[in-house]
Write a protein of this length. Structure first.
Lengths: 312, 271
């Protein structure tokens, strides 16, 4: 059964981030919800705060050979290699459906060079119905671009700044946890003009097939996601919140309402759900309903009251 | 249309060592399921194991709205599923994936069922019989040894007048001693290859041989592939197979969950 929206009087889940008014603070993370339409049979997409697209590049990419994914205890590894339809196909084929929905639409972008990030942005500037860009400077699964930029503060600054100069949309760089000091990278984003920051992307990990005596993934390493990484993500949101002024969007292993609430308390203004979409496509709308119930039961009139409350 | 349902377990029958037949009530999914489709089962609502497990549909009872899957315990997910009892429920997504292209009455169908690869081709055979298909059907069922012909009782029930069943085991403990591709070659020798349609599922080694054979002999052959798939809905891009439409096309990747699991044998590259 599809989860339906319920009404809770005097509960305000709406949140404004960088001038964009989200109906609620629950987003579906890049790469875990396709382009929205794939789940239309199962999920009332209007109930999701924002749909974030699969990472888009200037031209379509084929990604890595199989095997690309592997389940680990309370998590999964992926090394997809940015397999995507390319920004033009997204604009021409996928935006039509998303424009018919109330949900806000965020395009996740990447490139092998800073010029490619700029090119994708310039193409997306021509689209109607898009609300924000998430900048992928954190995928660990490609040789060039992404984490190459996001693991150094100077390159992060350069990349975000270059996109900021051309983008008509607010920017949300997505940070990698595979760094010495994530606060330093977050500060570089803020200085470069990021309007908000999402954190974290996946952690680098690997698996070995003990029968074949070889790495399981064709790319050797992959990105770990799922409930296994939630404590890491929560700690990083906590740390970054103490030093950064722009709103944070927490992501990493969120499976249910309780996980989501913990991220708000650590300092997130909104959250993204990722891996859980594979297990329960309705997880995001269940969390929206769960947040209404939680606020109602705890006499919280606005979700904003929870942001960073655990720091007080 | 894809459905997500909490489906009651009606029966979970042990078929042999570590092999089970799980019967679930899922009327909406059954109404929309055809041979080749699969269901994605959440084995534990508490996220351990984390991901769903994909199972091809073995049989449906369209009147009662029941479906059957057959599985072998190979890890934590199937171990968990083997413990399900009547009265439990499991969350299902389905029907997912594409389907076999059903044969016409003029065609000669050859089903190749390697081990638990019997599942989708058995569904196809049963569906053809339900549709009063008039074409000739061969059903070639093989495994390492007789004990691993877990669905032997199902195959024995296929009507002999309509389906010619042949068996192979690696050790010769039941039927032809050897592999299914060898048995297939024997059948092909006596039939008009231009009318033959081969439908196969089984271990990757078998499917790779069939892929080569289909290319060499220019046969109509469809393979149902089995790989681990996180989402089952085409979004994670995790379950790809190497794909080449023809020798002049570039190598690319196709998602088994939504662009398959059924592929033309000539178009997939199996190691």
């Amino acid at each position: 059964m599809m989860v339906r929206a319920t009404r809770h009087k005097n509960i305000d889940l709406a949140i404004e981030i960088a001038g964009v008014k989200f109906e609620n603070p629950v987003m579906v993370a890049s790469g875990t919800f396709g382009y929205g339409k794939e789940y239309a049979d199962l999920v009332d997409i209007n109930q999701i705060g924002a749909v974030i697209s699969k990472t888009l590049t200037v031209v379509p990419r084929d990604g890595h050979p199989p095997l690309r994914t592997f389940e680990t205890p309370s998590g999964m590894l992926n090394a997809i290699g940015l397999h995507n339809i390319g920004v033009d196909n997204f604009i021409n084929e996928k935006m039509k459906f998303l424009r018919t929905k109330k949900t806000k639409v965020i395009a996740n972008i990447a490139g092998s060079t800073i010029e490619e990030y700029v090119q994708v942005t310039e193409k997306l500037n021509q689209v109607e119905g898009l609300h924000m860009l998430e900048i992928n400077i954190s995928s660990p699964n490609v040789k060039r671009g992404c984490m190459e930029f996001g693991s150094r503060a100077d390159l992060t600054y350069e990349c975000v700044k270059a996109v900021k100069e051309v983008s008509r949309y607010p920017l949300m760089p997505k940070l990698s946890p595979n760094v010495t000091d994530i606060v330093e990278i977050a500060l570089a984003c803020q200085e470069a003009g990021a309007d908000c920051i999402s954190l974290i992307n996946t952690l680098v990990g690997m698996a070995i097939d003990w029968k074949k005596k070889k790495p399981v993934l064709s790319n050797i390493t992959g990105g770990l996601s799922g409930p296994a990484i939630k404590p890491v993500a929560l700690a990083m949101v906590w740390k970054v919140y103490q030093k950064i002024k722009v709103p944070l969007i927490g992501v990493g292993g969120i499976m249910n309402t309780q996980d989501a609430v913990e991220f708000f308390m650590a300092g997130a203004s909104a959250i993204q759900v990722g891996t859980v979409n594979y297990v329960d496509p309705q997880a995001s709308v269940k969390i929206v309903e769960g947040l209404k119930k939680y606020c109602s039961e705890n006499k919280i009139s606005s979700i904003k009251e929870l942001i960073g409350i655990a720091h007080k | 249309m894809v459905y997500q349902t909490d489906s009651p377990v009606l029966e979970n029958i042990r078929l042999g060592e570590d092999c089970y037949r799980l019967i679930l009530k899922a009327p909406k999914i059954v109404d929309n399921s055809w041979a080749g489709n699969f269901v994605h089962i959440q084995v534990n609502p508490f996220f351990y194991p984390l991901l769903r497990r994909a199972f091809s549909i073995h049989e449906v009872d369209r009147k009662k709205g029941n479906l059957e899957v057959v599985f072998k315990v190979i890890g934590a997910g199937t171990e968990h599923l083997s413990g399900k009892k009547k009265g439990d429920t499991v969350n299902l997504l389905g029907p997912l994936g594409n389907i076999f292209s059903y044969p016409d009455n003029e065609d000669i169908s050859i089903m190749i069922a390697g081990g638990l690869g019997i599942v989708p081709v058995y569904f196809l055979t049963r569906d053809l019989l339900r549709k009063k298909h008039r074409g000739k059907i061969y059903f070639l069922y093989g495994a390492k040894e007789k004990e691993q012909l877990y669905c032997l009782s199902d195959v024995k029930k296929l009507p002999k007048l309509k389906v010619e069943t042949l068996y192979s085991t690696d050790d010769g403990s039941h039927g032809f001693k050897g592999y299914l591709d060898m048995l297939l070659k024997q059948v092909l020798e006596k039939e008009d290859k231009s009318r033959v349609k081969i439908y196969a599922c089984g271990p990757e080694g078998l499917l790779a041989k069939l892929s080569h054979l289909a290319k060499e002999e220019n046969l109509f052959c469809q393979l149902s592939l089995e790989v681990g798939m996180p989402c089952g809905m085409g979004t994670c891009m995790g379950c790809v197979v190497k794909y080449k439409r023809d020798c002049s096309s570039p190598l690319t990747f196709k998602r088994v969950c939504c662009e398959g699991p059924v592929f033309k044998a000539q178009e997939v590259i199996l190691d």
